[in-house]
Write a new protein. Structure first.
Length: 247
């Protein structure tokens, strides 16, 4: 039996069993395996990891673990200043775009509400999610850490929170999106950018009170839904204010 010591940093501990969190711990193995396989067998998806030090030197995921190794594993956005390490994550996606798994429908609407480009279908299979993520360069957000262990995935993130507003805050913080918030610019149903439309063109479709009080209208080319900044968006405004003020 061979022995390796692991130490996981910061939010990577979320994936570990309690006795392994924030501490150096022993792990036993018989056959040599890649550090990626060993880390994932402990429950941590590779998409969460930015760099790995083995005996003080940075290594990539294919590194074969040796008897007696000391291995430290750091998360993507950990701001520890260690120069000349080999970062394992591809460069951040330039325009932040996302694809969400089937459990995150409510979060998808919240993300569209603040203008984030968010693909979501309530019947996507794992393979379809991965294909969309790779083809359209979208970060995959998921409640299922199993899918993040798939080798093809380059940009993925496991959503920790259960409450939708907290999930939204988590995404904004994790992907540093506070300055990208453009509320009420995207259709909540289809993700398309809304287009401004003159009141007279849609006036016969408006409820009487809206007809009297509102003058600014937007519509979605795909589903034809009309949007205006009425009282029904107060709750959304409050959520957005809290997100902007957080941190
Ligand atoms: Zn639409």
């Amino acid at each position: 039996m061979k022995t390796v010591h692991f130490r996981f940093y910061e939010e990577l501990n979320d994936f570990l069993t309690p006795e392994k969190r924030k501490t150096r711990f022993e792990h036993h193995f018989i056959d040599r395996a890649s550090v990626k396989d060993m880390i994932e067998s402990l429950g941590v998806p590779h998409t969460e990891i930015d760099f790995i030090l083995a005996n003080g030197k940075s290594v990539d995921f294919s590194y074969l673990v040796n008897d007696g190794d000391e291995i430290s594993i750091y998360p993507v956005f950990e701001s520890i200043d260690i120069s000349e390490v080999q970062h394992l994550r591809a460069k951040p996606l330039r325009e932040p775009k996302f694809v969400l798994d089937v459990h995150l429908g409510k979060l998808a609407r919240y993300m569209r509400m603040i203008g984030l480009n968010t693909a979501y279908m309530n019947n996507s299979t794992d393979d379809e999610l991965i294909e969309t993520s790779l083809k359209e360069k979208r970060a995959l957000l998921t409640k299922d850490r199993g899918i993040l262990k798939r080798n093809e995935i380059t940009h993925g993130y496991w959503i920790r929170n259960e409450n939708t507003e907290e999930q939204l805050r988590e995404v904004v913080e994790r992907f540093d999106l506070k300055n990208q918030i453009k509320e009420f610019t995207r259709c909540l149903e289809c993700n398309l950018t809304l287009i401004e439309i003159k009141k007279e063109k849609i006036i016969e479709r408006l409820p009487p009170k809206v007809k009297d009080w509102q003058n600014e209208f937007y519509f979605c080319e795909k589903c034809d839904k009309i949007y205006w900044k009425g009282t029904h968006i107060d709750r959304m405004k409050n959520i957005i204010r809290r997100i902007k003020e957080a941190g």
